[in-house]
Design a protein around this ligand. Structure first.
Ligand code: RIB
Length: 305
């Protein structure tokens, strides 16, 4: 099992359940409100750990975010690279549409954008060169982090979200695994069809391994030798927040333990199907035991059908 360093965001998610996403000029009463732990970084660390990976989380929170540390620790994540600073923890205001479980997210960076080159260098120096770096784009200095980790010989897994002008300048040729959805695929390639997105990315970056998630339409894995399609596992979606992070964490944990891509994709799809059937981001991530049990039941239901 290879060690994983996840350098990423930690947020307090205030989730409003709504009849529909609020429109410009509209005042909309919400149906429910709850605060959950979140942040793409934290969600992926929890998913990696629940999937059985050895994961170290690095990043910053304010004093108002200490319960995020407790959550990471209780999931089995090493938090010795998390710094608590004066200032606010990152925040997300999330609308979840009651009928579909779809979400819209508004971010406040807070402590997630207080990274310094010194902090990034110190964390990387404490890590073995053959480890895997997992990153997203919710902390500042992401391009610097990518370059320094690649120079150190680490393999890098990137979820390019959110896509902004700075990310478009990053040296994506240094990324080993790119995990993205259709919207991010279109922003990076200008293409809308899954096969075209994959062709375009592999045309530009032939060494890259790409995981493209398509929600209810499943997911693709592609590298220069093979292309795999993983159908979505049917689920009653109540909240899709964090489903992509759950998929990413389970896929990468599978790769870190030596599974092949098809096996890792299947577990990731099952984990994401469970996650969308529960409210919240990090708290909706299932344990590997739940995932294995659900896969077993799903397979025997298929045999009976
Ligand atoms: O990917 C879902 C996450 O995006 C939420 O938890 C929110 O905090 C934002 O970072």
């Amino acid at each position: 099992m290879r060690r994983i360093l996840n350098f990423g965001s930690m947020n307090l998610d205030t989730v409003y359940t709504v009849d529909h996403f609020v429109r410009p000029g509209e005042t909309l009463p919400s149906l429910e409100m709850e605060v959950f732990p979140g942040g793409k970084g934290l969600n992926q660390s929890v998913a990696l750990a629940r999937a059985g990976a050895e994961v170290y989380h690095a990043g910053k929170i304010g004093r108002d975010g200490k319960f995020l540390l407790n959550l990471l620790q209780s999931a089995g994540v090493d938090t010795s690279f998390v710094e608590v600073i004066n200032g606010h923890t990152g925040k997300a205001i999330i609308q979840v549409e009651e009928s579909t479980g779809q979400n819209g997210i508004l971010l406040y960076h807070g402590a997630n954008w207080q990274m310094t080159e010194l902090f990034l260098d110190e964390v990387l120096a404490g890590f073995p060169g053959d480890g895997i770096l997992v990153m997203q784009n919710e902390i500042n200095l992401g391009g610097y982090l990518l370059e320094r980790a690649a120079n150190k010989g680490m393999q890098i897994a990137l979820t390019p979200s959110p896509i902004d002008d700075s990310l478009l300048q990053w040296e994506l040729g240094q990324v080993t695994w790119l995990l993205l959805n259709e919207v991010e695929g279109e922003a990076l390639t200008g293409k809308t069809q899954p096969e075209e997105i994959l062709d375009s990315l592999l045309g530009q970056y032939p060494e890259m391994r790409v995981v493209l998630t398509l929600g209810e339409k499943g997911a693709f894995y592609a590298d220069r030798e093979k292309r795999l399609n993983q159908p979505a596992i049917p689920a009653q979606a109540v909240d899709t927040t964090g489903a992509g992070d759950t998929f990413a964490g389970y896929f990468l944990a599978g790769i870190a333990r030596g599974q092949n891509e098809a096996e890792a994709m299947e577990e990731a799809a099952q984990a994401a199907a469970i996650a969308v059937s529960r409210f919240g981001a990090a708290v909706s991530v299932p344990t590997r035991q739940e995932v294995m049990q659900a896969l077993k039941e799903e397979k025997s239901a298929r045999v009976r059908a």
